[in-house]
Design a protein around this ligand. Structure first.
Ligand SMILES: [Zn+2]
Length: 213
């Protein structure tokens, strides 16, 4: 390794850094990002939220893992791990009041050089997503992408502060509902079967539409 006196060790501009070098050198970085820096997230925050500019903390860690290549030799492949924690105010779809939603992202990405490489990558691993790296990588973009993917399908309070009367009166035959619900839950949970939606999600993320600017 050669010394680079001009570059202070550990200093990473999360908007613009060489993510391949970051992975190869096993570097780490951490910081905070506010909702006001994430325009697509800010869209999800209702105007009447008590705090529209909450903060998320993030940690990133680069690494390499040995992998068998096409020519049969073993090569060190670059990986990025990203953790994001924090909360944002969303609008409850049950009572329409703002509520604070917690976000906890912990993701591992296999870094590839091109969109073509991402498309060719075998999608046999639910734990790892494939993303296209860059020497001017924007981590804040990736953080926003992950937060958007973590948005609840139907944002709502665990328990709404005021439950509307029609919802309360709708609970009539609770016993029947519980019994059938349990049986269906077991039938759906086939262990060891790959989730087609996870593969689809990885495909979407790695595909041509994943990294538009
Ligand atoms: Zn609610």
């Amino acid at each position: 390794m050669t010394e680079h006196p001009g570059k202070p060790a550990g200093a990473v501009n999360p908007r613009d850094f060489d993510v391949f070098e970051f992975a190869r050198s096993g570097r780490q970085a951490a910081g905070a990002v506010r909702v006001s820096q994430l325009p697509r997230m800010l869209n999800e925050v209702p105007e009447e939220a008590p705090d529209r500019d909450t903060a998320f903390t993030w940690q990133a860690e680069g690494s390499t893992q040995p992998e068998m290549q096409d020519d049969g030799t073993e090569g060190q492949q670059p990986y990025l791990r990203l953790a994001v924690h924090g909360s944002a105010w969303l609008e409850c779809q049950r009572c329409l009041a703002p509520y604070e939603q917690a976000f906890d992202v912990d993701a591992i990405y296999r870094l590839v050089a091109t969109e073509e490489e991402a498309e060719e990558f075998p999608l046999d691993d639910d734990e790892v997503d494939v993303i296209v790296g860059s020497r001017q990588f924007d981590l804040v973009d990736l953080i926003e992408e992950e937060l958007l993917l973590s948005l609840p399908l139907v944002p709502k309070h665990d328990v709404c502060p005021q439950v509307h009367e029609s919802l309360v009166s709708g609970v009539g035959s609770a016993e029947d509902v519980e019994e059938t619900g349990e049986e269906q839950g077991e039938a759906d949970g086939e262990p060891g079967k790959p989730n087609p939606f996870a593969a689809l999600e990885a495909l979407k993320r790695g595909g041509p539409g994943g990294q538009k600017h």
